[in-house]
Design a protein around this ligand. Structure first.
Ligand code: SF4
Ligand code: SF4
Length: 79
């Protein structure tokens, strides 16, 4: 029997095509995780605490929080 070991984490994704750079999310973010870099918004995922505040306030619905799964490895059980 083989068991897959997963690691799951949440990531904030910003659609810069939809974003009109109103910067409401930048001002609201409690950990300053969202920042402007060369006219595009980026997110420092290490600072984000997944509070969903930016998702809720964005008037353009340009922000989403997505679950990212990655396979850590496989465990083979012998019973
Ligand atoms: S979810 Fe919260 S902490 Fe993370 S980027 Fe959005 S406002 Fe900031
Ligand atoms: S709140 Fe939405 S539209 Fe405004 S800067 Fe942030 S992502 Fe862009």
């Amino acid at each position: 029997m083989q068991v897959q070991l997963f690691n799951s984490k949440l990531e904030v994704k910003i659609d810069n095509e939809k974003c009109d750079k109103c910067l409401i999310c930048v001002k609201l973010c409690p950990t300053k995780a969202i920042y402007l870099k060369k006219d595009e918004l980026e997110v420092n995922q290490d600072l984000c605490i997944n509070c969903y505040g930016c998702v809720v306030v964005c008037p353009r619905k340009a922000i989403a929080i997505k679950r990212i799964d990655s396979v850590l490895g496989y465990c083979t059980l012998t019973i």
